[in-house]
Ligand binder design. Structure first.
Ligand code: T4K
Length: 377
């Protein structure tokens, strides 16, 4: 690529937030101003919970201020505050942090070598008499082997909390994958397929559990003067709920654009030796949250990091999600289960992955620019 072409490229970020129409948002803000009810289960909060339950096809959902607090609260709601939880080393740090904040010991099991989701056989091998739960992640929104994980959980009497931060709207055989396990959490961070600026949610299976979760996210209050558990404040406010209602109207169109970008990427990458990407899974309705590629340096002729920085030099701000693996962060350095030999697949993925830009504003032209940089060795 010559320097002239290089300079014509403006920076392309890994993602770009889905924004509601400013005029429509202003109207809702005016309404909130009139109501003078800003948070704590307000008008727009109730509307968004109802709308999301319907859109996602789940029985009960509770809104949160981000995607980390529902992870922490799910463990509290299930009384999981001591013992070991088997989890994935190949995720965003929030997954493991939630265990630490509950006094639980993370035990890292390896992932499958293609999708990066927890390998059920590795999970079963990691079970001890201290294991209380499994916390898998639907990495990039691709469903875990939920049936195999449930069989293991049932056999050993374990709870499963799915970190479904990436899996907004994903369905398998017509059913929401948020129905799997005991609970699932979502992130509505600005970088996600669907966002409320910051935000998140916890999906559960019964009205009683939703009531308990709703109390926990409001300091544990069960009545005006009663507190039955040491809850926290993680309530979504009216402004973000209104923003979220507007974004819900356009999320399908955003996902459709992402799907077109994924097709463009896949078609072109098929012709580049040494670059692997993921394909759609039959029976799964994907959300195209991320577009990971995996670099085989020997075949491609450049290492992952060389390609990553090469893209950066050309204004393509891709990300290495999820590098390094969580046990390699200093915070987890003392975890015995983090030894390298236990997680070879996670390490191989973390050392070869680049997530290419993927969002609703990325047109075919941008995608082709990115592909041309990758294809020139
Ligand atoms: N579980 C999993 C599996 C997760 O992936 C996450 C979060 C969580 C739990 C926790 O959910 P939250 O508590 O965050 O709701 C980002 C996000 O901060 C994080 O939400 C996400 N996962 C993670 C995978 O990625 P960073 O540090 O890479 O994001 P940041 O802020 O550098 O943004 C990346 C790019 O996005 C920027 O270079 C440009 C673009 N961007 C970003 C923001 C914030 C925008 O264009 N506009 C923006 O407002 O972590």
């Amino acid at each position: 690529m010559n320097s002239k072409t290089h300079s014509t490229l403006s920076p392309i970020t890994v993602t770009s937030p889905l924004l509601p129409d400013l005029g429509e948002f202003t109207e809702l803000l005016q309404d909130i101003w009139q109501r003078k009810w800003l948070t704590n289960n307000g008008h727009y909060h109730k509307q968004l919970e109802t709308a999301l339950a319907e859109y996602l096809g789940v029985p009960y959902i509770s809104l949160f201020t981000n995607g980390t607090l529902p992870l922490i609260t799910a463990l509290q709601a299930l009384n999981l505050t001591q013992g070991e939880v088997i989890t994935t080393p190949y995720s965003f740090v929030a997954t493991t942090h939630a265990l630490i904040w509950n006094g639980l010991t993370p035990v890292f099991a390896d992932v499958d070598p293609v999708w990066g989701n927890l390998d059920p056989a590795a999970v079963e091998a990691a079970i001890t008499d201290r294991t209380v739960a499994i916390m898998p992640v639907h990495v990039y929104g691709n469903p875990c082997d939920t049936e195999a994980l449930q069989r293991i959980a049932d056999k050993h009497g374990l709870k499963i909390i799915y970190d479904a931060a990436h899996a907004f709207g994903v369905k398998q055989n017509g059913r929401s994958i948020l129905e799997a396990g005991d609970m699932s959490t979502l992130s509505f961070h600005a970088t996600k397929v669907y966002n409320t600026v910051e935000g998140g949610a916890l999906v559960c299976q019964t009205a009683e559990m939703k009531q308990h979760i709703d109390q926990l996210r409001n300091f544990g209050f069960t009545g005006e003067t009663e507190v039955e558990a040491a809850g926290i404040n993680s309530k979504m406010d009216e402004i973000r709920a209104a923003y979220g209602l507007l974004n819900l109207q356009q999320v399908d169109s955003a996902i459709a654009t992402r799907e077109r970008v994924a097709k463009t990427y896949r078609n072109a990458l098929a012709g580049i030796p040494g670059i692997r990407c993921l394909q759609d899974i039959p029976g799964v309705q994907h959300n195209y949250a991320y577009f990971p590629i995996y670099v085989d340096a020997a075949t491609y002729g450049r290492t992952r990091d060389e390609l990553y920085f090469h893209l950066k030099e050309h204004g393509i701000l891709a990300r290495r999600y999820f590098y390094p693996v969580i046990p390699d962060f200093a915070a987890y350095a003392n975890s015995l289960s983090a030894r390298a030999a236990h997680i070879p697949n996670a390490r191989a993925l973390a050392n070869s992955v680049i997530c290419l830009p993927m969002h609703h504003e990325l047109n075919r032209g941008n995608a082709m620019k990115i592909l041309s940089i990758i294809s020139i060795q």
